[in-house]
Design a protein around this ligand. Structure first.
Ligand code: ZN
Length: 450
């Protein structure tokens, strides 16, 4: 016995030491300040070292790291044909539920994997999952200093320079809407010159993250309403900005299905009546709710292969800690079900005739004016609703290849492409008189005049 300690005091001390060493259990729900968030992610990694990795995608304006927890059977490695998925929370610093749900979700994946939950083990084996609980750690600290009871509607929404990060991405919609009329590019639209100087550090970090990983599916977690919001956020007609006009993307039906995958797996979102608003089936097109420019979800779709929706998860942007267990139970199945959507549609490899992978090949589905591209390993992922599709793959220097494929409701259909090189382009000098083909001369085009 340590001198000066009573037995109950020593007992309490030992209990305290024991609790420090245990990971957060489902019972201890609380808000996490920045240091606590970092510790929670590192704790998940130490509990599940073989299926996780913590990495930073950059720093906030005030220098806080934007930490991502990756969960995968091979952390740090892209495995061909294994899709990359991301969840992003707390982009608006005062919308804190997503941050807490994503910490809990990371713990849940680790715990269930260790417990042998078959569904979670399969997800971890087949998916590379990236979780960014807070895109705006500086704004969060501003909001958290006020606390749940006193947080104003806008305090801590922006980053430390009070810039709204969901109005801070390069605006590619105007270019897309122009290209729609002129048959221009329908994917991977170019960024404006000097874009890096025009965005906040948090936005810059996220765009570089998108450039480095070939994300297929994503959700961005917000608060202030309860609804699953899908592209486009920006109205097609700038004259009626702010008014409600539906802005369908070429993948409108697919986006509706993705939004419903969340709303119907959520305990009450699908019912539609929440926070004094009504959204049929708990989903809405962004622009038909209210139009906004420079948002992250439209940017994902127009600049990358990633399909992103925006989830509004609570009426109260900063709910008290006592509300967190109920929110977790309401969202847990939805977070898993939505993640599973990344395994639908078609996927496959694009090879040349020597079985070398072809990166950046374009995969287009007839009837859908939005192509996706293969990653550096030659693998592509194209989310699709069940149905039969004609799919064409092209790459510079190769002949296009077209196939018909049927997509079922379950696992993605695998469809590989083997592209043949373009034949040496030739110009036949045709003989119009006589049967004798006097000239077998074929003049290679690239050696002709000019
Ligand atoms: Zn928000």
């Amino acid at each position: 016995m340590v001198r000066g300690w009573t037995t109950p005091q020593l007992g309490a001390l030992l209990l305290g030491l024991l609790l420090l060493g245990t990971p957060a259990s489902p019972s201890d729900f609380q808000h996490h300040r920045y240091d606590e968030l970092v510790r929670a992610l590192l704790a998940v990694h130490s509990q599940c070292p073989y299926i996780s990795r913590v990495y930073s995608i950059g720093r906030s304006a005030e220098g806080r790291h934007l930490y991502v927890l990756e969960v995968s059977d091979n952390p740090g490695v892209h495995e061909p044909l294994e899709p990359e998925f991301k969840y992003v929370g707390n982009m608006h610093g005062n919308e804190v539920l997503g941050r807490e749900l994503l910490i809990k979700f990371a713990e849940f994946l680790c715990e269930e994997y260790r417990a042998g939950n078959h569904r979670i083990m399969q997800l971890v084996h087949d998916t590379r999952i990236h979780i960014l609980p807070s895109m705006n750690p500086d704004g969060y600290e501003v909001a958290a200093r006020q606390g749940p009871e006193f947080n104003g509607y806008l305090v801590g929404r922006g980053n430390s320079r009070e810039i709204d990060l969901n109005r801070n991405f390069p605006d590619l919609n105007a270019l897309m809407y122009y290209y729609e009329k002129t048959n221009g590019r329908n994917h991977h639209l170019p960024l404006p010159d000097n874009w890096e100087q025009q965005v906040e550090p948090e936005t810059l970090a996220v765009i570089k993250w998108m450039q480095n990983y070939n994300f297929v599916l994503s959700a961005n977690l917000h608060g202030g309403a309860v609804v699953a919001n899908y592209p486009f956020d920006k109205s097609r007609d700038p004259r009626i900005r702010g008014r409600t006009t539906y802005a369908a993307s070429p993948d409108d039906k697919l986006f509706k299905k993705l939004a419903k995958a969340y709303s119907y797996a959520h305990s009450w979102m699908y019912k539609g009546w929440n926070c004094g608003d009504y959204f049929d089936e708990g989903i809405t097109n962004g622009a038909s709710w209210y139009s906004l420019s420079k948002g992250m979800q439209d940017f994902n779709y127009l600049y990358t292969n990633c399909f992103e929706i925006t989830l509004e998860l609570s009426c109260n942007k900063f709910p008290p800690a006592s509300a967190l267990p109920g929110e977790w139970l309401g969202n847990r199945e939805a977070l898993v079900s939505y993640l599973e959507q990344v395994h639908h549609g078609i996927k496959g490899m694009v090879y040349d005739e020597n079985n070398n992978p072809i990166g950046d090949a374009e995969v287009s589905v007839s009837g859908v004016n939005h192509d996706v591209t293969s990653g550096v390993d030659g693998d592509y992922f194209r989310l699709l609703l069940p149905g039969t599709y004609t799919v064409t793959t092209t790459a510079p220097g190769y002949l296009p290849s077209t196939t018909t494929v049927t997509v079922g409701p379950a696992e993605a259909t695998q469809l590989h492409f083997y592209l043949k090189p373009l034949p040496k382009q030739t110009l036949n000098i045709k003989q119009h008189h006589g049967k004798k083909n006097l000239s077998s001369t074929k003049v290679p085009l690239n050696l002709g005049p000019r």
